[in-house]
Design a protein around this ligand. Structure first.
Ligand code: 9YW
Length: 430
């Protein structure tokens, strides 16, 4: 295992800023230049969340820059491409073909999928941290600019993604979860009939189990070939899953929109009502055996594997205390934190598909740790929040700003100099 010499807070902070400087391209921050050279949706939003207290202006620019990719439908794409590097990442703009689509922004190539809707949460945080300072007017002005775009994103999810008809948003591709290779998507992916090899020559398959990457591409092409059509998603698309993390984040963003609405001169009530509806739907549709699980709408059943995504609904301050207590029990048990030296494993350790080294199949991540720390604090679980923050700092001190980490020994996995690991560390150090 590669361990670094001890590093103090000041040095860690300097390193984090230099990663964010190196990964900056104009007004956007890319996740990790070699590996992911474009602007990714929730990556940028974690950068904004991490910088909200440290550099609110840059955080605001990051969000505005991401939203230049927003479609006329309100959908915020999961990748906004940098035209100069367009085909350096597969699948690039020539696969997504947003340029020919009437709802896509002109001159900004994007993917046709979305990612967890965290932007309102980030906008709220930027605003919250600047409202008592001299920059308050600037923060209010940012909210006035962002609010219509965030409202449109919210309306898109309500109108086009409630594929199960029960009040939750469905993801239509594993990439939309932000946790692409999670064991939670194995069964729905394996059930895809007719998926064929779509990998370009030379593309390695190490990143994904079996032929899942081929299936990702096949699924994306099917949706593209429908013209990114809403009716197609309802009637024919073979992957539709209600994910507790995606919906927990959506719920948290509804609360954020309710608080931001008056700043933008809008009515907060629809967002408060939406939050109530999503909470009720989460409890009715995804709660099972003391935890939240994802629902496979095509198979008509819950997916029986517990992942870090199952704690997403704790981001709702209104989640009933008895449910929070059960969730914290699972989180602290040997299924997750109790048996991990470096929490929080992305999949429960006892699952047959748990893999300590492979991305969302086991490793611990700075972004989900940060979200769970926030959720714990929201529910007055201060000791849990403190432990999550301290463990996350231990990971980056020991192994650097890696993409993810082995949950047992804390060694780094995936890309280096990863933006959200650096930005959220700055927030943890503040
Ligand atoms: C992909 C960029 C993205 C993240 C996801 C992570 C991975 C692979 O990288 O996805 O090709 O989109 O799973 O959360 O946004 O860092």
């Amino acid at each position: 295992m590669e361990a670094r010499p001890a590093i103090d807070d000041a040095a860690l902070e300097r390193e984090a800023w230099s990663v964010l400087e190196a990964n900056r391209t104009g007004t956007a921050t890319v996740p990790a230049p070699g590996l992911y050279p474009h602007q990714w949706n929730w990556d940028s939003t974690f950068v904004a969340l991490g910088l909200a207290r440290r550099d609110p202006r840059r955080a605001g620019e990051e969000l505005l820059s991401l939203l230049t990719g927003q479609w006329g439908t309100g959908m915020v794409p999961h990748i906004v491409f940098r035209p100069a590097l367009a085909e350096s990442y597969f699948p690039g703009p020539s696969v997504w073909r947003s340029a020919g689509h009437p709802a896509a922004p002109s001159g900004v190539p994007t993917s046709g999928l979305t990612q967890p809707p965290m932007q309102a949460l980030a906008a709220w945080r930027v605003w919250r941290h600047t409202r008592d300072t001299a920059d308050r007017e600037e923060a209010d002005a940012l909210v006035r600019r962002l609010h219509p775009m965030l409202a449109a994103q919210h309306d898109y999810l309500t109108a086009c993604r409630d594929l199960g008809g029960g009040g939750l948003a469905a993801i239509v591709h594993p990439w939309e979860s932000g946790m692409d290779d999670s064991p939670a998507w194995d069964d729905p992916l394996e059930a895809l009939a007719g998926a064929r090899d779509a990998r370009p020559p030379g593309e390695s398959s190490d990143r994904h189990p079996g032929d899942h990457h081929d299936r990702y591409v096949w699924l994306a092409l099917r949706y593209r070939d429908s013209g990114y059509d809403g009716a197609y998603l309802r009637q024919d698309h073979p992957f539709a899953v209600e994910d507790p993390m995606f919906n927990g984040i959506w719920l948290a963003s509804c609360h954020a929109l309710a608080e931001l609405a008056p700043v933008a001169g809008a009515d907060p009530r629809p967002y408060g009502e939406a939050a109530e509806r999503i909470r009720a739907a989460l409890l009715e549709r995804l709660w099972s055996g003391g935890a939240f699980q994802a629902r496979d709408l095509c198979a008509g059943r819950l997916i029986p594997v517990c992942t870090v995504g199952g704690f997403g609904p704790m981001l709702d301050p209104g989640m009933p205390a008895d449910r929070v207590a059960e969730l914290v029990g699972v989180l602290e048990s040997a299924r997750f934190m109790g048996a991990a030296g470096y929490p929080v494993p992305s999949c429960e350790i006892r699952a047959s598909r748990f893999d300590r080294s492979r991305y969302w199949r086991g490793p611990s991540w700075v972004n989900t740790n940060w979200l769970l720390r926030r959720a714990a604090a929201l529910h007055g679980r201060d000791d849990l929040a403190r432990r999550l923050g301290a463990a996350t700092l231990r990971l980056v001190r020991q192994s650097g700003f890696r993409e993810c980490f082995d949950p047992f020994d804390g060694s780094g996995r995936g890309g280096r100099d990863f933006s959200w690991s650096a930005a959220l560390t700055l927030d943890l150090l503040a």
